[in-house]
Ligand binder design. Sequence first.
Ligand code: PLP
Length: 471
Amino acid sequence: MNDYHMTPDEFRARGREVIDWIADYMEHVEELPVMSRVQPGDIAANLPNHPPARGEQFDAVLSDLDEIVIPGITHWQSPNFFAYFPANASGPSILGDLVSSGLGVQGMLWSTSPAATEVETRMMDWLVEMLGLPERFSSRGAGGGVIQDSASSATLAALLAARERATAGRSNREGVDGRIVVYTSTQAHSSVEKAVRIAGIGSDRLRLIDVDDTFALRPEALEAAILSDLDAGLVPAFVSATIGTTSSTAIDPLPAIGEICARHGVWLHVDAALAGTAALLPEMRWLHEGVELADSYVFNPHKWMLTNFDCSAFFVADRSALIGALSILPEYLRNKASESGEVFDYRDWHVPLGRRFRALKLWFVIRHYGVEGLQAVVLEHLRLARELASWVESDPDFELAAPVPINLVCFRHVGGDEVNEAIMHRLNDSGKLFLTHTKLGGRFTLRMSIGQMRTEERHVRRAWELIKAAV
Ligand code: PLP
């Protein structure tokens, strides 16, 4: 049997080759065409239809990475990646993840690897301090944080907790009765509607609230919608406010929204998937004004905080509401530590039972960079975004399409939708950079998101020159 396994010596040798392969990739990623150029089916056509009956040489696997996989990669780690929002994979985070893979623990319960739980709890408490979040989200009181795979899952978990709070646990027992209502802005991420569907609430019970001319939710429209639903005998249960919307990084006004939620006993969830990281800088903490009124909060270190996918940090003010909604205790998971009530069992804080030791990569990242290093990276991206915005503003052929509160610049050529769409395709097809689009006020808008860890001023300058030349 043992002949089939990789021995520790082989692992050591092959592991070095793989690390070298990744380091070479890091060194050369800037030279590669940013957006993959393959057509649908091109990659699959190079893969055998059937698995190998006998094991192959590792060299063959490694060379196929270059031959087969790399052509089908869009290079999120390129400094010329300005699309969507970033997904940074820094050196320490890759190494932390590797150690997690090596340990191979499944941390569903405290007792299945106490370190997996306790390192995670401490990392979440560090993040509370690093972002200046309210103490109610720390594990020292009634709240606490947990790593989820994505902001989408975190929003679903928050909604399930809110649903159970609003119905005193009846939804879990009897099913959803069709009276629960959820509110978010027209600019919110689609994960809110997905959560509403999965939670059995139904898209018809999701109110998309109008926004102002900065694309931020209008609190008076929110309150009017809640009052109208109350009049109709419905149960307003959940508001998801966004700090940094996906389309344009608009900032919903949390103080006013929080007051409305408190007045009507509605759960307030805050989705700061990208923007939360900006609060590493004390001068950016204004973004979080009013967050002390929130019941839950999520941001993604796997976007801008240099921690590779997946790592979404989710916080609740009252962990018993979350655990009450999600905990089921079968006989085979009973154990003394859980029964003592002295430990967290993170399986009760999200949908999956099993969980990887993701806190390790966060621990590696925070210790490698220190708060100061992370702040420096964010500060530079903010500066570059402001620079780009100023170039757009001073060019008569272009205009800003939204305010630039953080690191996303939304802009367009004054020539109209077709011109802008052509610019985008021309640039992306060139392989020299990758940017994406959205629609704001019904108009085609280019988005340049500046948050890739390798992006320097020269990349942004070159991108702007290429944009102007692509008209
Ligand atoms: N919320 C916002 C505001 C986002 O911008 C995104 C993704 O870009 C998400 C949620 C979804 O994030 P995830 O992929 O972690 O589910």
